[in-house]
Design a protein around this ligand. Structure first.
Ligand code: GLU
Length: 365
């Protein structure tokens, strides 16, 4: 078995695990996973769940005989979402935090920043984020569409280092093991190419939306951004024993780079800066020596018309020392520059964060 290490993981749980009969949530396959989550948190690691199951759970409460219309499915999702959350909560002593997202939320720069900050805060407060698609509002072009890809987007926005996809199959096989007895498990995928997609075939179960293909798509998105991806069999208790001791009892899709170097590359080379802020030497010292976030109190001047989430240059005494994503737009930063973080809310009437640039969103030169 491959070995792996991780610090912050997104764990995706499909309908085949949470609603194995296709209607109603069940705890049958979740106990071992819940133990794994608790043990990992106790070991100082961070976990974000992406869970399906709202439509399946809602289906058990909506008695219809015909094929459900879109509005009926959305009603099922609304009814089932609370059942799904309750199903998770009963496994944990710490709070589960419901996060419902659509593709549109992830495309919108301001909402993207807010999602990122909120996930960070939920983790800071020792709660377990449980993410699902906001099926009640999202149709077609607004949707991610399947929770494998939603898991990948969540891993990206949460800056996770690992995506673990819990399926009802052991991993990626050389052929469909349900049809071909000679099929063997592929333990490692170094690079995702057309051959790998060729192995994926169609959807695996009738309960969820995704199949192997969407899992490979998710793995491709993640590995390209430095996030290793695992496909494991969540129905087997021993899967989680192996994961706990750092072994991969399934397929490991290796990351193409480390998350920090992928992010660094993206920040340094891909993002054009939309403005500049000047900081004093005390703030520079905190950034460079302590790896701190940039507080508004250290900002002396602001140049350019940037928006929240834009990349900006950070300058001290005429030289550019960092580049980062601003948590406030230029207009508001002008109002809070030089001020204490505790005064942000009273000056602006709102507070996105108590820092101007978070250290996770900054590269130092
Ligand atoms: N969001 C859907 C649900 O909770 C699941 C989508 C999927 O199975 O990929 O029912």
């Amino acid at each position: 078995m491959n070995r792996f290490t991780w610090q912050r993981a997104v764990i995706k749980v499909g309908s085949a695990l949470i609603a194995p009969e296709g209607n109603e949530c069940s705890g049958r396959f979740l106990l071992a996973l819940a133990r794994f989550i608790t043990a990992s948190r106790e070991a100082g690691k961070e976990v974000i769940l992406v869970s399906s199951g709202s439509v399946a759970a809602g289906r058990s409460k909506v008695k219809i005989r015909h094929n459900a219309s879109i509005a009926e499915k959305q009603a099922m999702a609304a009814i089932g979402q609370t059942l799904m959350m309750a199903n998770w909560q009963r496994f944990f002593d710490f709070p589960c935090a419901q996060v419902l997202l659509t593709a549109d939320d992830l495309r919108d720069r301001t909402r993207y920043v807010n999602i990122k900050n909120t996930l960070r805060e939920i983790l800071n407060h020792q709660a377990l984020p449980v993410v699902n698609e906001n099926d009640t509002v999202a149709v077609n072009e607004l949707k991610v569409g399947d929770n494998d890809n939603l898991g990948a987007y969540t891993a990206l926005v949460a800056q996770a280092d690992t995506l673990i996809i819990c399926s009802d199959i052991d991993g990626l096989y050389t052929a469909d093991p349900r049809k071909d007895p000679t099929a063997t498990l592929i333990p490692t995928v170094e690079k995702i190419d057309a051959t790998i997609y060729g192995l994926a075939g169609g959807a695996g179960t009738s309960v969820g939306t995704g199949g192997m293909r969407t899992k490979i798509e998710a793995a491709e998105k993640c590995t390209n951004s430095g996030i290793q991806t695992l496909i494991v069999n969540g129905r087997k208790g021993e899967t989680f024993d192996s994961l706990l001791e750092g072994s991969v009892p399934g397929t490991l899709f290796k990351a193409n780079s480390t998350p920090s170097s992928a992010r660094r590359l993206w920040l340094t080379h891909t993002l054009k800066t939309a403005g500049t802020i000047e900081i004093d030497s005390g703030a520079k010292e905190a950034l460079v020596k302590k790896g701190a976030s940039l507080l508004p109190s250290g900002i002396t001047h602001i140049h350019g018309q940037f928006e929240q989430g834009d990349a900006i240059d950070v300058v001290c005494n005429g030289s550019t020392i960092a580049k980062g994503l601003s948590l406030y737009n230029a207009k508001d930063l002008l109002l809070i520059k030089g001020k204490k973080s505790k005064d942000i809310a009273s000056v602006l009437g709102y507070e996105t964060a108590d820092v101007a640039i978070h250290r996770d969103d900054m590269v130092l030169f």
